[in-house]
Design a protein. Structure first.
Length: 306
């Protein structure tokens, strides 16, 4: 990549996460505005693997449901991943709106997320492992895309690691089950996370919000019935059924993507037209007439970088 850090000018901070922070920047030579995830390098191998995974997946150019990577800059101290700038994540959107996201929008969120996850599985053999509202982004046009593959796991690697681990006697049952007949053992963990995400976005509250510690959340996840959409709210039976499928506690009973894609809720929103962009603009600027929104073409941006 022949872009220099000096070509990038900081505009504002977009947010902080576990691996670093995301900054809105201007690429001076092209005047394009992009998002840059900046991560410090500690030289630690686990971290390096994370970063490389992020870059590799981000270079999955041909999935419209994955936030596109434009290029990356590696210096001695930091790694910068340059991405297309999205308008907002669903976590911030929920906080800003202070009300639930309507079901028809969540239909489109579901289709985009399932397609992105199935793409990662089929083309990169990857499970995401961090599906949550802050990793589902929206652009001004209303396109919904998944991001953040920093902690995603490679199925082949984890299997190899287990096999090569030697002393199998110490492995927990679920780790023993990993190989070799269930190669896609925990893509369904992502299906569960999608279910929790949908309940949170549809109700406006995280289903385990009363818990004081992470440990309490984990204990509830294991001990209690799965969360579901509240009875007293108006949701379609298809939506309820979809969420229920995602939140089947027994992993073996929980559907994988092929089966999930046969759910009436998914099938309906795969074909039905929803103007997510218009909803988003109206939600952000209530009472204002629709403004003309322009997002840069990722393909054009990429030319700048390569
Ligand atoms: P987390 O996902 O845990 O909140 P991240 O470091 O991954 O932490 O991201 C921080 C914030 O930056 C996210 O919540 C999101 O709102 C924002 N963000 C990430 N990527 C982009 C992007 N490509 N365009 C716009 N905003 C982004
Ligand atoms: Mg994130």
């Amino acid at each position: 990549y022949d872009t220099d850090i000096k070509d990038l000018q900081q505009i504002e901070e977009l947010g902080n996460g576990t691996c670093g922070h995301v900054v809105k920047m201007k690429h001076i030579p092209s005047s394009e505005i992009i998002a840059v995830k900046q991560m410090r390098r500690t030289g630690n191998t686990v971290e390096t693997k994370r970063i490389l995974m992020d870059i590799e997946v981000n270079e999955s150019h041909d999935c419209p449901y994955i936030v596109q990577c434009i290029g990356c800059i590696i210096t001695e101290a930091e790694v910068w991943i340059c991405m297309e700038l999205m308008a907002m994540c669903f976590d911030k959107l929920l906080k800003r709106l202070k009300q639930p996201i309507p079901e028809h929008i969540l239909g489109k969120v579901t289709v985009a997320t399932v397609k992105a996850l199935a793409y990662l599985k089929d083309n990169c053999d990857i499970i995401h492992r961090d599906v949550k509202p802050s990793n589902i982004l929206l652009d001004e046009r209303g396109n919904v895309k998944l991001c953040d593959f920093g902690i995603s796991g490679r199925l082949v690697d984890s299997m190899a690691a287990t096999r090569g681990a030697g002393c199998t006697a110490y492995l927990a049952p679920e780790r023993i089950e990993i190989n070799p007949d269930h190669p896609d053992y925990d893509i369904r963990a992502d299906v569960w996370s999608l279910g929790i995400t949908l309940v949170e976005l549809a109700t406006g509250v995280f289903p385990y919000q009363d818990c004081k510690t992470d440990f309490e959340v984990l204990a509830k996840v294991v001990d209690q019935d799965p969360p579901k959409l509240p009875e007293d709210k108006e949701f379609s039976k298809e939506f309820r059924s979809f969420v229920e499928c995602c939140l089947i506690k027994d992993q073996q009973q929980r559907p994988k993507y092929v089966k999930l894609k046969e759910e009436p809720f998914y099938k309906n929103y795969e074909t039905v037209d929803v103007n997510v962009g218009r909803w988003f603009a109206a939600a952000m600027h209530p009472g204002e007439p629709r403004r003309q929104m322009k997002s840069p073409q990722v393909s054009q941006l990429r030319k700048v970088f390569h």
